[in-house]
Design a protein around this ligand. Structure first.
Ligand code: HAM
Length: 431
């Protein structure tokens, strides 16, 4: 016996979305598109591959993402033998900013933008954490005031409400500006140095490169040390405090509850002032399903003319896990009609009728693959359509079809081919 050929499997941490799931994703994406439009955001699409330097400079050399999570590789050499190092985008903010600079979009006015697509991080996969995952990201570029930070948070709250997600918590913090962070950093390092021998490897490594991230440790042994550490909030100057108060005043105005978490820092280096995270207890360890904040220096840092900005991104897998919990398994999208046919002439007439229906704006599934009348009717029923159209040679010769309701009341009856689309549209949509 010949050896069975081994099948090729999907890459670890990268998921297939089968029709039942993919339909839900599409339904979710439609809700999200309407929601973004209602706030005046416009779409932007950037490539999945970028030059690695973009993320090193944008996200930060000493972040987990850049240090250990990027899918990077050397491109093929060009005609002069030079190669570029490319990275599959681990996030969408730096690419969005790159595109805005490259195409001079901030030339005459600020921009409200969004994107939706796959991101890649080499993380240990588990529920809610994957190597290919998807984000809906929102960026507002060229706006300095606290109102736009608040707009982002309030729009999130509206979406969770529209989706019926409860059990969500908003944590917010201010990271101040560069000078305020520098002063805090000096004192934080001095404080942590006093505990050098108690710090774990991660904390030791970050002590001088990214001490703020030490505050973010999940290690329970370090909690007491971290609790006593100098708080960045206490180093904020007047302007930063005013900004923070401006954001929170609007949150109160919109009745969006928030918790100040003075230890909230983010895994990406570009933030200043407002940072926020939406968490839930429904996702186990991957509690944060949406996060963002202000990044006033990033545009300049990536070579553009200095302009303030802020934004956020939600992890779609995480939001989908919450939204679809308990949802029925039935198909979300069903055709208007399923077309059953027996005989050669009937097959041709039915094929033409199907196209006529689609021209009239109806959805029709034409049965392919033959089979008995009974087995075709079973498929019609399983399709979830409201009607079956039945064409036998008899009907075909008369220029008619039989229309059979599959759900609820009603008798099977003959309808002429010419009147079919109109009658169906009337019955289905009252048009
Ligand atoms: P982030 O916090 O790195 O921020 O990611 C945003 C969200 O993406 C997370 O809260 C999480 O829900 C989801 N996410 C991240 N990694 C994974 C993963 N491995 N598997 C599944 N979901 C994941 C950013 O990416 C920033 N660019 C957000 C932003 C936009 N800030 C300003 N503008």
């Amino acid at each position: 016996m010949a050896n069975k050929i081994e099948s090729v499997k999907a890459v670890k941490g990268m998921n297939d979305f089968l029709p039942a799931d993919a339909e839900r994703w599409e339904a979710f994406e439609e809700i999200v598109r309407d929601w973004l439009r209602s706030y005046g955001y416009r779409p932007i699409r950037t490539p999945i591959l970028e030059n690695t330097a973009l993320f090193c400079r944008g996200v930060g050399e000493h972040t987990d993402i850049v240090e250990k999570e990027m899918f990077s590789f050397d491109d093929r050499p060009d005609s002069k033998g030079n190669t570029d190092n490319l990275t599959m985008r681990p996030e969408g903010t730096a690419p969005c900013v790159r595109a805005v600079i490259e195409h001079n979009l901030l030339f005459s006015q600020p921009q409200r933008l969004y994107y939706n697509g796959p991101m890649f991080r080499y993380e240990r996969p588990q529920k809610g954490r994957y190597r290919q995952f998807h984000q809906v990201g929102v960026e507002a570029l060229g706006f300095a005031g606290p109102d736009v930070d608040a707009e982002h948070i309030v729009m999130c709250a509206r979406l969770w409400d529209d989706l019926g997600l409860d059990d969500v918590t908003l944590e917010i913090n201010s990271l101040g500006d560069a000078a305020e962070r520098a002063r805090h950093r000096t004192e934080l390092i001095a404080y942590l140095e006093a505990y050098q021998d108690k710090l774990d490897e991660d904390a030791k490594r970050r002590l001088y490169t990214n001490p703020l991230r030490v505050l973010d440790t999940k290690n329970p042994d370090l909690q007491a040390i971290v609790d006593g550490a100098p708080k960045l909030m206490d180093y904020l100057g007047e302007e930063s405090l005013k900004h923070y108060e401006g954001v929170t005043a609007l949150l109160r105005e919109a009745a969006v509850p928030y918790k100040l978490n003075t230890r909230l820092v983010r895994g990406l280096d570009y933030y200043n002032r407002t940072v926020f995270e939406w968490t839930t207890t429904r996702l186990g360890a991957q509690a944060t399903f949406c996060a963002g904040g202000r990044y006033d220096s990033l545009i300049e840092q990536l070579g553009g003319k200095a302009a303030p900005a802020c934004g956020f991104a939600m992890g779609m897998e995480r939001v989908m896990l919450m939204w679809t919990e308990g949802m029925e398994d039935a198909p979300m999208v069903t055709p208007d009609v399923y077309i059953v046919h027996l005989g050669e002439l009937a097959g041709r007439v039915a094929f033409r009728a199907a196209e006529q229906l689609r021209s009239a704006g109806l959805s029709a599934v034409y049965h392919c693959g033959g089979g008995s009348f009974k087995s075709q009717m079973k498929k019609a029923d399983a399709s979830g359509s409201a009607f079956a159209i039945i064409v036998g040679d008899d009907e075909a010769q008369a220029g008619e079809v039989s229309l059979k309701p599959l759900r609820g009341e009603g008798e099977q009856r003959r309808v002429s081919l010419d009147a079919l689309a109109e009658e169906l549209a009337e019955m289905l949509y009252g048009e």
